[in-house]
Design a protein around this ligand. Sequence first.
Ligand code: HAM
Length: 411
Amino acid sequence: MLQKPRGTRDFLPDEMEARRTIEWDMREVARRWGYREVCTPEFEDLELFTMRSGDGIIEEMYVFEDKGGRKLALRPEITAAVIRMFINEAKVAPKPLRWCYFADCFRYERPQKGRYRQFWQFGVELIGADTALADAEVIMLAADMLDTTGVTYDLKVGHLSFMKNLLKDLEPSVQRRVMAYLDKKDFDGLRASLESMEKPDLGNSLKSLVDCHDLTEAFEIAGTIPEKDRIHQTINTLDAAEVNYTLNFGIARGLDYYTGMVFEGFAQNLGAENQILGGGAYRLAHLFGGDDVASCGFAIGFDRVMVSLGATQHKKDTIVAIVCTNEGRIHAQEVARLFRAAGIRSEMDLMERGLGAQLAHASRTADFAIVIGQREAESGSVTLKNLHSGEQKTLDPASAIAEVGLHGARR
Ligand code: HAM
């Protein structure tokens, strides 16, 4: 028997309905903040992803050559593609641009619970606003979006300038290596690496910074930082909006394009793969042939949010089974049409089952049965049976529709 590729998943209807419910809740929050949906290709020129991050990233990607010999990659994330699109299609549009997306990404990682090779991100990119308010808006939007799903999480906010100030005397490639240790919270590896460079003191300062959750203290550890006023303003805006977060100056972010404010969210009830949100301020546009445009954004790991929500009961559609005898079929079809026109999910037998078998099937798959035999066909009525309580009454179709509609409203 053929199986799906490693790290991918199939989704049955119940799961898809739960996923769509959460997806639409997120879309609605994005809409309220003015973020409009964009869509980019599933695959891009490989260069789009290696330009900033180097060839090392190829290890974690699905890379292939097409029949014309072009080197392509399935997108491992969407930010680079969105900025490429911005330069190709919208660079003269009035700023700022508020864009969002819900799309699948592909990473060649070792699969485990919450870590997949195909996974979905709900993300936003705010392009062309280089201010403290822009940084704050994106964090507030992320919090609003996670809150709407009902997931319980910790939000951590930091700024790369603290770490960068401590590392400013190191070569850029070494800086990147140190940041990678910090991103993985590998302090032993970090110490060993700094000792080999004869900079053991730096390890202590970095550790103090990572452990510090107070802004004033962080400025004392890291020294003079030009972005000080902007950082204060972002933090004050978050506090005024009563966003629930903690400061964390150890956030290094795995991707290479971040330049300033950074933030991450962690689901409280998940184990190893508990990071459900990542984002920050970044600059990519100049690398792809555009002007140097400041941007800020985040992506929510949609699948991890779903794992975190687990067996939470999502609102389900009310299902009506239209059950009929041969004599009632024409009337039944008309009643089904009326129910569907009223927005109610209605299903008719396709298996040529008798009335008893249709009712038995309905009791396993539906909330209500509309029973139509000769009597109902002749009088233009329907018999409505609540399959949960067993209650049954004969009504005209409009009253039956109203009754079923009320059931939906009560859930
Ligand atoms: P990222 O932190 O690499 O950031 O990914 C965002 C989120 O995607 C993660 O926090 C995690 O929840 C989820 N995720 C990542 N890898 C996997 C996986 N293998 N399986 C399941 N979920 C996963 C970005 O991708 C940036 N583009 C975010 C951003 C947007 N920054 C600015 N704008």
